[in-house]
Design a protein around this ligand. Structure first.
Ligand code: NAD
Length: 358
């Protein structure tokens, strides 16, 4: 079956890294049509908007989106709605991308890159499933008000609202259970049910959905404990599912466990498994155009694209194994280089993955 994939390189290192991922996708022998469009600052320069209608239309009509990164300091003075980062928010909203999947994988060859002891993190392979469109980040009402009574009467107060509707929790639960079913069949739901009503409700729904997945073992953990366990014994986890706020913090913590931001892919999916796939890092303007950025996070994002949106798990495995092989060969871009390994450029890393695919 033929699939259209939107390729949105964006800004900074976006072009260099997506180019390598496109080479890898094109080498698999699949029936793919890859169509490119500008996004972020690059789109602002051409169309006066970070997410022009033509780019959004391409994204809507594609099975999946391969996204590079957006942003540059030179756009910091633009009105908020015109800044490059608004393109990601716009795509999430327009496509209903509510499930963010962020694997934190530490290849044994890179164990020294982590700030934790190698024996604690070497071989780490966990997946964080973060709800992306609800929670306190979007809850209404919110704002600043003047209090009319109570102990702080007359003072100004900042406030936000945390809430989750049942269907919002159910749909992220299904994504997480299905992901766990494809892995080691253990799912840990992280909440703050000892304090928050929203969290108790979240937990009740998780328990209810678990009945549909008898093969997956569900456990629960308070978010403060999860933050501790992630640095104490991260390999004890398989899949973690959590809300937008807790997931924002825990997924960054898990990313740092691996010590190499240039290695981490991510996926944001909607209800029909259409997804946006991007590296977890930004546009790295400090190294843009130098052919030294690490393209592996983007290449691994392409593998996730195949697995989750195109149902091509075997091809996804092929890419992941090829990445493993180039690391075994001792090839490293500057960000993961250490003595005794061979330093390569962005395009040389792409060449090496292509060779390893054969
Ligand atoms: P960043 O992730 O771009 O860079 C942080 C550091 O990591 C830099 O030193 C950079 O050189 C390095 N780095 C990042 N990716 C790398 C790679 N693939 N290979 C080698 N080194 C890499 O974060 P930042 O500097 O805080 O932000 C730069 C711009 O990116 C900002 O405009 C920010 O808004 C934007 N940003 C975009 C996204 C996104 O597109 N999803 C995410 C985060 C930040």
């Amino acid at each position: 079956m033929s699939h259209k994939i939107a390729v949105l390189p964006g800004d900074g290192i976006g072009h260099e890294i997506t180019e390598q991922a496109v080479r890898v996708l094109s080498a698999l022998g699949l029936d793919l049509t890859l169509e490119q469009a500008p996004v972020g600052g690059a789109a602002y320069e051409i169309h006066g908007h970070p997410l022009p209608p033509s780019t959004l239309e391409l994204a809507r009509s594609s099975s999946a989106i391969l996204f590079g990164a957006v942003g540059d300091w030179k756009y910091d003075t633009l009105a908020r709605e015109l800044r490059p980062e608004q393109a990601i928010l716009g795509l999430r909203k327009a496509l209903g991308l509510f499930a963010n999947l962020r694997p934190a994988i530490l290849y044994p060859q890179l164990a020294n890159a982590s700030s934790l002891k190698p024996e604690i993190v070497s071989g780490l392979n966990i997946l964080i499933v973060r709800e992306l469109t609800g929670d306190i980040y979007f809850g209404q009402p919110r704002g600043v008000r003047t209090l009319e009574d109570g102990p702080f009467k007359g003072e100004r107060q900042g406030y936000d609202t945390m809430h989750y509707a049942e269907s919002e929790v159910r749909r992220i639960a299904h994504v997480a259970f299905q992901a766990a079913a494809k892995r080691n069949k253990r799912l840990c739901s992280v909440d703050k049910a000892n304090v928050l009503e929203t969290s108790q409700f979240w937990r009740d729904i998780m328990i209810d959905v678990a009945r549909e997945y008898p093969d997956v073992e569900l456990s629960h953990m308070y978010v403060d404990n999860a933050a501790m366990q992630l640095v104490r014994e991260p390999k004890a986890f398989d899949v973690i599912v959590t809300g937008n706020l807790f997931g924002d913090i825990l997924s960054d913590e898990a990313a740092m466990l691996t010590g190499s931001i240039g290695m981490l892919p991510s996926a944001s999916l909607n209800a029909s498994n259409q997804g946006l796939y991007e590296p977890s890092h930004g546009s790295a303007p400090d190294i843009a155009g130098k052919n030294i950025a690490n393209p592996l996070a983007t290449i691994l994002s392409a593998a996730m694209l195949l697995r989750y949106s195109l149902n091509e798990s075997t091809q996804a495995d092929r890419i992941e194994q090829a990445v493993q092989r180039v690391l075994e060969q001792g090839l490293r871009t500057a960000d993961i280089y250490e003595e005794g390994t061979t330093r390569v450029t962005t395009s040389q890393m792409g060449d090496a993955v292509l060779n390893a695919l054969k």
